[in-house]
Ligand binder design. Structure first.
Ligand code: SF4
Length: 434
């Protein structure tokens, strides 16, 4: 029997959102995995509605929606980003019936989007088992079990146990092929202005604010040939912009990124690569900088997070100021412009003064690269989350909505608002004038 399975990526529910090469890669991998079985797949990406801008990035369509009661005093408009409610319902109606629905979840503070999707599916496709997985489901299992009307909350990575979970609903999947069909061949997207690339899973580092180690059991790098074939297949169907989703793309570079980039250069693909996840500047040497330039990297983001040496060590020691300076030097020497190199620094880390953030901004200004100020918000299960709970700043059962960086910064930072605003304006102006 051929089972009909619907996979859904819910909307983003937030105050602000912009599509920097986002795709629900975890869900696409689940779809790929399921192609080994006798199934007919349906796919709805609620976020697949945006006006395409530079390098395939995009401005999401949105509808302004009512704020959940507990955040009603936040003085900003709350939005549902992606396709309209009507379009979602219409697409469900056209699918007419399925045997199983799989819903992913990404940021925990978007959980209202997951809830709404599940509630609507319940209404239009009644009595169908619904499994919710993904990041929110993994980090907030108990919360999801309470708040989301799903039949099962699947935690962790995609593994064979998903089949056992599916079979627990009486769905006996029959294996029909040895190798899965790649997600881009499944016709889920009408337009693909870019493609995500994941050459490794997990991260060898353990930063105190990051959930990577909670989501992935270990750090694993894929075979170079496999990645090259993927790029080539996507290139043949017209993809020119690629975004690396790796947490540690440059780790063990001599056996990973170096051979990968050499092969890309050799094949003379005319591609543009982007690294929205911060790169480890520590691993950028003259050779790697030159290879990145030759291979076609266009948007480089490096992570510094803070210029304060003590806090750098305390948060995991992934980079020093000198290592960042050296990386920027090599990148510029390789021909990257100031606009192409951006560095993330955080504000709002527990115990971090605004002066420390300003010192970081001054440091980056001297390097003449783009400055990306990013708000800290705690992730459940991380060291910083536990510290905040221990110090009575947040309760362990804090509604994930409050971890939205906009809300968290409003409620918990304690920085003088005008001063922070002034700093943000200063940074924007600096970036514009580069
Ligand atoms: S290096 Fe990046 S991905 Fe790895 S633990 Fe630190 S913040 Fe997370």
């Amino acid at each position: 029997m051929t089972y009909r399975i619907l996979l859904i990526n819910p909307w983003i529910y937030d105050f602000a959102a912009y599509n920097f090469w986002a795709r629900p890669l975890g869900l696409l991998k689940v779809a790929e995995f399921l192609t080994q079985f006798d199934v007919k797949l349906f796919f709805i990406d609620c976020c697949d509605s945006f006006t395409i801008k530079k390098y395939g990035t995009g401005k999401y369509s949105y509808q302004t929606i009512q704020k959940p009661e507990i955040i009603k005093n936040i003085p900003r408009r709350y939005k549902r980003y992606g396709i309209s409610l009507e379009e979602f319902i219409d697409r469900l109606r056209r699918i007419s019936y399925v045997d199983l629905v799989l819903v992913t979840s990404i940021m925990a503070y978007w959980w209202h989007g997951v809830k709404e999707v599940v509630d609507i599916v319940r209404e239009y496709l009644p009595n169908i088992p619904i499994i919710v997985g993904g990041i929110y489901a993994t980090l907030y299992k108990e919360h999801a079990e309470k708040k989301i009307n799903a039949d099962l909350i699947y935690t962790g990575q995609l593994e064979e146990r998903l089949i056992e979970n599916i079979e627990s609903f009486g769905i006996k999947l029959k294996r029909i092929r040895e190798k899965p069909i790649s997600w881009w061949k499944l016709g889920f997207y009408n337009k693909m202005p870019y493609a995500p690339l994941l050459t490794s899973t997990g991260c060898p580092f353990r930063c105190s604010y990051c959930a990577s180690s909670l989501l992935y059991k270990s750090f694993e790098q894929r075979k170079i040939d496999e990645v090259i074939n993927e790029i080539e297949e996507l290139y043949i169907i017209g993809i020119r912009d690629f975004a690396f989703y790796d947490d540690a793309l440059l780790y063990k570079s001599e056996t990973h990124i170096e051979p990968l980039l050499k092969e890309i250069v050799k094949r003379n693909f005319q591609l543009r690569f982007h690294t929205p996840n911060g790169l480890h500047g520590r691993f950028i040497n003259k050779n790697i900088a030159l290879l990145m330039k030759e291979a076609g990297f266009k948007t480089l983001r490096l992570s510094l997070e803070t210029v304060n040496i003590k806090r750098q060590i305390e948060t995991g020691g992934k980079i020093t100021n000198e290592e960042l300076e050296r990386a920027v030097f090599y990148l510029k020497e390789a021909g990257f412009s100031s606009q192409e190199i951006g560095v993330y620094i955080m504000y709002g880390l527990p115990g971090q003064s605004l002066d420390e953030v300003k010192a970081g901004v001054d440091f980056l200004k001297k390097l003449k690269i783009r400055i990306h100020l990013t708000e800290f918000s705690p992730i459940r299960g991380t060291y910083y989350w536990n510290e905040l709970v221990k110090n009575g700043i947040i309760p362990d059962d804090l509604d994930p909505l409050f971890t939205n960086n906009t809300i968290f910064s409003e409620l918990f930072y304690g920085y003088p608002k005008e001063e922070l605003q002034k700093l943000k304006i200063e940074v924007n102006q600096f970036n514009l004038l580069l």
